[in-house]
Design a protein around this ligand. Structure first.
Ligand SMILES: [Zn+2]
Length: 231
């Protein structure tokens, strides 16, 4: 009888251990992590610095031509994260006047936080300094040492004091009705409803106005819906 009793006791003890183990399972039993690498987490950047030498090299002969009367020391290089039209965050580059660098950092941080969609933020130097090509690509930009299209006087962009946002959907219509970029023609009728249209109540517009900028969409003789500048 004794060996049978001993086996029965051992069996019961084993059953108790099993139940105990089951009861503790949520904390005691840790499933090993699968060997799958999580996608790298996007780290947004919002920085302003003096123009780095490699950026200066890209600018010279493009947005910063020979004879430009503004000093590079008056300009700042910004790295600005934004949410693309595809909803994916990315980081762009912008050059602006030092006087508005803090304004732009604050505006673009708030646009990022609100997931405001922007197509592209690249230096116009990536488009050979061509405003037309930059606008055609729906590129948001600031500094470009150039004249006002069709005129001889310098643009506010030549001082780095003006920003154009999503220019394709928000074209410039001059006094003669010329649309820039020409590809922006479908977006000239502002009574239509379409994505990425800047209006007075749009977050982007409100932020620029809060920071003391004027909006080209409120001008009377011409309309520049993409344009914000500070005087
Ligand atoms: Zn502009």
């Amino acid at each position: 009888m004794l060996p049978c009793l001993a086996i029965a006791v051992l069996f019961l003890a084993g059953a108790c251990r099993q139940r105990g183990a089951q009861a503790q399972e949520p904390s005691a039993s840790v499933t090993p992590a699968p060997e799958v690498q999580a996608p790298p987490r996007f780290v947004p950047e919002f920085t302003a610095s003096e123009i780095p030498p490699e950026v200066e090299a890209r600018m010279r002969g493009n947005s910063y031509p020979e004879g430009a009367t503004i000093g590079l020391d008056q300009l700042r290089y910004l790295r600005l994260s934004f949410i693309g039209f595809d909803g994916i965050p990315q980081t762009g580059e912008m050059v602006c006047n030092a006087a508005i660098a803090e304004d732009l950092l604050d505006i673009f941080i708030r646009l990022y936080d609100a997931q405001y969609p922007i197509r592209s933020i690249r230096l116009v130097d990536d488009f050979g300094g061509s405003d037309d090509e930059s606008m055609k690509a729906d590129n948001t930009s600031c500094f470009n040492y150039r004249t006002v299209p069709g005129q001889k006087n310098l643009s506010r962009h030549a001082l780095g004091l003006a920003v154009d946002v999503n220019p394709l959907e928000n074209p410039y219509i001059d006094r003669n009705g010329v649309v820039r970029p020409p590809e922006g023609q479908p977006y000239v009728d502002r009574s239509l409803d379409f994505p990425h249209k800047i209006t007075r109540d749009d977050l982007c517009c409100r932020l620029f106005l809060e920071h003391g900028f004027t909006w080209g969409g409120s001008w009377s003789s011409q309309k520049d819906y993409q344009h914000f500048d500070k005087r």
